[in-house]
Design a protein around this ligand. Structure first.
Ligand SMILES: [Zn+2]
Length: 375
């Protein structure tokens, strides 16, 4: 194995317990893993080296929530929402129809394009959900395509009840034949637990069925109003309760006393003009928080983690450091991964070199492409 030294790092974020952030640092990569990090002048000999000229180096972002398997475009819906015009909302049904009609090759190309966008903005690990097929065939092929790109695939047959279906019959499908065909391609199972989607009992039934065949639970919870999603996530030991926009004190306490990560998705509130989740309240209560894009064509069509960090810092009460942690280590915890989201010795060497002397620039310079390279 050959060792590569990355040196002259102005600011190195590792999230290592003893030295989470170093200055004038260096990093040694061997076999795709971090073999050493420390002060530049203490670096061991290596087979090759690169000098990053005082730039900041951070762990690759871990985007723990995205919906990349889709076809179609909903910019007209967004434009109407932003200009206050009436719009006969096809909403998610528009995307479902376009996705069903798209050939595999088109869906595959869409996933590849969006992942390339994410990578260009520093994301090195991405979770991808199904949920725009809503038939056995279309959910299974969505997941099979997602699995070509990532191991972090999530079965979200329970995204919405498809038009013309009865809720009870659809839950039977999601927990029966659809689950059987989708489980081989999925690591996770998710449900949209919200008024107008799936209620507490239905969500519990769906997640329990997934757990029974070896899938791990995560939940879309408390996005549009108060509800049972967060409590159910904690009850079932879910890795993530994502959205968390409307929380009671009991919800916050339950999250704080659990290892369920609260996933905040600021692109959604930005794109829908809803109030942002209160990250400060969660952090002060001791809740583990992640940041993710929720990249989807309806409510949050951004693939940019730096954008989410900037909004979280500007409008959600997070410090730049807390936001970066949530977008890296927090995302990893949301996916129950300890090999990504940090640069301690032994971690995957996914590291991002910024065109900036400090990670603070991710929020300080919103909208500016700051990723110089990914190693
Ligand atoms: Zn989502």
């Amino acid at each position: 194995m050959t060792a590569h030294l990355v040196t002259n790092i102005g600011e190195l974020v590792t999230w290592d317990a003893d030295r989470p952030i170093l200055h004038d640092a260096a990093l040694v990569v061997e076999g795709g893993r971090v073999a050493w990090f420390g002060h530049r002048t203490d670096a061991p000999p290596a087979d090759s080296s690169s000098d990053v000229g005082g730039a900041a180096v951070i762990p690759g972002f871990v985007d723990s929530h995205s919906h990349l398997v889709f076809a179609g475009d909903r910019s007209a819906e967004f434009e109407a929402r932003m200009t206050g015009e009436a719009y006969a909302a096809g909403g998610i049904r528009t995307t479902v129809a376009a996705t069903r009609a798209a050939p595999d090759e088109q869906l595959r190309a869409n996933v590849a394009r969006h992942l390339a966008e994410m990578r260009a903005q520093g994301t090195t690990t991405t979770e991808i959900k199904s949920g725009y097929g809503l038939t056995v065939l279309d959910e299974a092929r969505s997941l099979a395509i997602a699995r070509e790109f990532t191991d972090e695939t999530t079965y979200l047959g329970a995204h919405v009840v498809p038009e013309g279906s009865d809720v009870g019959a659809y839950v039977d499908l999601v927990t029966g034949p659809m689950l059987e065909k989708c489980a081989p391609y999925a690591r996770w199972i998710d449900v949209f637990c919200e008024d107008g989607a799936f209620g507490q009992d239905e969500a519990r039934t769906i997640l329990t069925a997934g757990i029974a065949v070896g899938l791990l639970p995560r939940i879309h919870a408390n996005q549009l109003g108060h509800g049972p999603g967060v409590q159910l996530a904690v009850e079932l030991g879910a890795a993530a309760a994502d959205h968390c926009t409307y929380l009671s004190d009991t919800d916050v306490e339950a999250l704080a006393g659990s290892d369920t990560v609260a996933g905040l998705l600021p692109g959604v509130e930005f794109s829908t003009r809803q109030p942002y989740p209160d990250a400060r309240r969660l952090l002060d209560a001791g809740v583990t928080v992640s940041l993710a894009t929720d990249c989807n064509p309806g409510s949050s069509y951004t693939s940019s983690m730096p954008f989410c960090i900037a909004v979280a810092v500007r409008d959600m009460g997070m410090s730049p450091r807390e936001a970066l942690w949530a977008a890296t280590k927090g995302g990893a915890q949301s996916l129950r991964r300890d090999d990504v989201g940090h640069l301690s010795v032994g971690a995957k060497a996914d590291h991002v070199v910024l065109n900036a002397p400090s990670f603070v620039h991710l929020a300080y310079r919103p909208g500016v492409p700051l990723v110089a390279g990914i190693g």
